[in-house]
Design a protein around this ligand. Sequence first.
Ligand SMILES: [Zn+2]
Length: 451
Amino acid sequence: MRSPAISFLGGVREIGGNKILIEDGPDRILFDFGPSFSPRFEEYYVDYLRPRSTSPAKDLLEFGLVPRVEGLYAREALADADLAYLPPTVHGIFVSHAHADHAGYLDLVDPEIPVYVGAGTREMMSAIETSTAMRYGPHDYRIFRDRIPIRIGRLEVVPFPVDHSIPFAYGFVIRTSEGSIVYTGDFRHHGPRAHDTHEFFRAAAEERPRALLIEGTRAGPDARRNFSEDGVRAEVDRLLARRASLALACTYPRDIDRLVTLYRAARASDRSLLVSPRTAHLLATIAPRFASEEFPVPGTSEGPRVYARKKKRYFNWEKPFLDHAIDSEDVRKDGGRYLLALDLLHFPELIDLRPPHGVPFIHSMSEPFTEDDVDDRVMHNWLDHFGLSFHQLHASGHASGPELFDIVRSVGAETVYPIHTEHPEAFRAELPGVALAELGGRYPIDASRGR
Ligand SMILES: [Zn+2]
């Protein structure tokens, strides 16, 4: 019988696209299955040029943009690809969280393969499917519970909640017949669920793991500014107090922590947070999972209000939010009452909003990686045109390099595999026992025994 092994089918030398196969004898499970956003992908597919919906797996396999794994893809997704359809040889997929780079290719997967997710993640995925073009495909979803082990053949998987820039994120301890493997998913410990991250790594260390698969998004050179979530709040408070005019903010659509931060800051300065119907739909879906009365529940008297753009037609899921919605005219009349969360996609609203010169625009997202980022240039053109004052205020979803290295030391795994990073060698420069995995490489966990 072959010894347990880890195969890295994605997330190698790139941020995102994690696809980790762990096998023990005949039992094989995958952790995450999301698209790569690497330059290699964009050599073949860009905005307007997509894989065909009738054969998405075939069209990605053509360029090696998804791994050639038999018994994984849906028959329909393969169509007549040169990788033949086989009944499942993978016995489950665990999804760490609902970000696209971890869950965005589930649509390609054979519906016969069970998909294991947290309850909150499942709800977010439903809300995303309802309100966007995203499709995860039909699956046998199995809901896992915090720290409750799930056995699949010889493998046992224990999901631990962690702090990340989307709620309901998990890391995993995977027990094999030859010892444990720890897979971190994406995490930080400067957000509201920092305690969860600490608990996860404490439990991980107790496992005395053979291997640690750790994300390294911010390892290596990273000159970008980063606040804690509390730090973002303090800065937003300061900006909102400074002048009584409208304020604008832009966030990632699923960064619920940031929306909560903006909501609380808005309330503290006697403003209403204005969100899109899509954000309202997501908040309303997951609100029952949050006990705090400070959670922004749309439709409640204290809740955020919905900003309605003029549209030719509205989707059914938008309609419940439109009755008491605020429009550009309302905002133009009385801007000081609002903090408007405006997606870049909806910037043409500024033409109707006519914000007074000098209104703060809070960019509460990552700074661009490169100086020639097109979206960034376009955004600044708009801000300059309307004379808005730009403020970069973001708390990353990821731990810093030094924090990552401290965690690796505290876990004390035999072998450390940095993934989800462009700079795995940054770990090797700081730490012993670091292995640089190759894309598609298969690494038995007993190979390092006695090292
Ligand atoms: Zn990620």
